[in-house]
Design a binder for this molecule. Structure first.
Ligand code: DX5
Ligand code: ZN
Length: 257
């Protein structure tokens, strides 16, 4: 279903890439890049200069970012409070590339429609925050966004396994959600490998994603374990040169994949 048919208040339709159904990966520009160039790095905006947000988006796009990762935190599901729909909308207006919105909030099912309207192309929800993950994933898909399910480091793969048939992607957290700049937790490698094996056995199509503690040391191992969408916050934003940081991380990922 085309999200445009049901959404009237969407802020910047002219910048949105075509919305595809969950089965429509082949039509997705991000998917096309994955097929031709291997794993992609999604810069996380969390540590960027929010006083010059549009400029930061522009710099990241000029640096080759295939998509951007936005961390929404509510001060309840995680200790920190970041931003909500207003900022997502502002990024949507500034950006041409797809946006992944990572909801680290309690009861995310209450705001799915709002975040799709605000401009999320991929909406990522935590299994730990949901009473009915299947229903929420189905709702995300019904509104035309890609439905990704996230799991924190302590959450076993078995918690997401029953819902994989409804997932366009699975985000394995390699740090405790809540802060940028934390140390990578290698438990993510086993989980990525397990999810890659389940995907192979089931002939499923969900994307493998990882978030937290990505650096030039850890990007190779996550790509080797199967990660395709690799979120990098401090490794990009704290670098002097965004282009060099993204290019190097993607090069290392491609070599290892
Ligand atoms: C952590 C966030 C991450 C964070 C990543 O809760 O979900 O997206 O921005 O930052 P780094 O790459 O610095 O760990
Ligand atoms: Zn995140």
């Amino acid at each position: 279903m085309d999200a445009g048919a049901s959404i009237t208040r969407r802020p910047s339709a002219k910048h949105r890439p075509p919305v595809t159904s969950p089965a429509g990966h082949a039509l997705d520009p991000l998917a096309a890049r994955l097929e031709t160039r291997g794993p992609v790095v999604l810069p996380a905006l969390l540590l960027c200069d929010f006083g010059h947000l549009a400029r930061e988006v522009e710099r990241l796009e000029e640096a080759g970012a295939a998509a951007l990762h936005l961390d929404v935190m509510d001060g309840r599901f995680v200790p920190q409070l970041t931003y909500g729909m207003v900022v997502v909308e502002a990024v949507r207006r500034a950006a041409k590339v797809p946006l992944e919105v990572h909801l680290m909030i309690e009861q995310p099912e209450r705001t799915i429609v709002d975040y799709v309207r605000a401009g999320a192309d991929i909406l990522t929800v935590h299994v730990e925050a949901l009473s009915d993950p299947r229903a929420t994933l189905e709702e995300i898909s019904a509104h035309g966004a890609k439905a990704h399910l996230a799991c924190s480091p302590a959450t076993p793969v078995e918690r997401v396994e029953p819902f994989l048939d409804r997932c366009d992607g699975v985000l394995v957290m390699s740090v405790e959600p809540g802060y940028g700049g934390q140390r990578f937790n290698p438990v993510a490698l086993d989980k990525l490998a397990a999810l890659a094996e389940i995907r192979r056995l089931r002939n499923a199509g969900y994307r493998l994603c990882v978030d937290g503690g990505i650096s030039t040391e850890t990007v190779g191992p996550v790509a080797a374990a199967g990660a395709e969408l690799i979120v990098a916050g401090s490794a990009v934003i704290r670098a002097q040169n965004y282009t060099r940081a993204i290019t190097e991380l993607e090069h290392l990922a491609r070599e290892a994949a």
